[in-house]
Design a binder for this molecule. Sequence first.
Ligand code: TRP
Length: 339
Amino acid sequence: MRIVSGIQPTGNLHLGNYLGAIRNWVRMQDEAQASGGESLYFLADLHAISQPHAPAQLAANTREMVAALLACGIDPAKSVLFNQAQVPQHAELQWLLSGTARMGWLNRMTQWKDKAGKNREGQSVALFTYPVLQAADVLLYQATHVPVGDDQKQHLELARDIAQKFNNDFASADKPVFTLPEPIIPPEAARIMSLRDGTAKMSKSDPSDMSRINLTDDADTIMAKVKKAKTDPEPLPGEKAGLEGRAEASNLVGIYAAMAGSSVEAVLGEFGGAGFGKFKPALGELLVTKLAPINRRFVALCTDQPALDAVLRAGATRARELAKPTLDATYAALGLLRG
Ligand code: TRP
């Protein structure tokens, strides 16, 4: 089991990032350990330059994201934790794979279509080839399992297509260069929605801070945000079917279930028939209890920049070692002489 995943250093981490991705990383880190496997997690800072960005902000966001990952339970003694920019093999392999990836494949990527919109000509080349770098990220380490959100499934399929075509074109059947990675999409990464609009994803770019729970929020702020969360006037139903058409109620119950490590059915078994006057304080307290230790660690880590940089440096050293055999095999398979 070789687990590899990345996250863009966006800054301003919120509950959606935690429940959607990071918590699952922690779980898989521990599974990999238990089974004698290995997990690698990285900040996708090279991906971040595919769109307009402020350099100082990117550096700050990268450090903030490492602090958040550590605070949430990623343990450098168990996982290799690094940023792409310190492992040049990611960019190298991307170029080598660019000879295999097809324009037509990239043109079909929904993230490219969504982000480029009507202005394709005005986008960076990096935004278009973004999925090739993502393929390099995982193929470089012979990843077997890649925990991602639902929106990244298509990029993982592309990585498999690239790996397969490369193996077909340049390797013998009994000695493939690349492993085909499997996307792992956790069921409860079911979307965490805005507290103000149950049909919009919880997002750091929502202008209303009341729409999300940030990892930096203190207990009072969390309680206030949950209290103000949009709901409807009906009490909670006793069964899951009763949540249909009630986006806000459904979101809050989903958050409760995810945080409590239980199921929507179990939460409704407990709170069915209760109004939000009763449910909201319970949800607020659950969030405060679970997030307080993370928040405390996060705030402390953010003040120790040398420690964060040391974690990234050590992780990158290990990542470069792990990357070497696959990159060497790739150059050799392509007939590229290197002395
Ligand atoms: N594109 C991913 C996202 O936006 C981040 C990412 C970059 C990634 N490289 C990866 C995820 C490799 C999994 C594996 O969420």
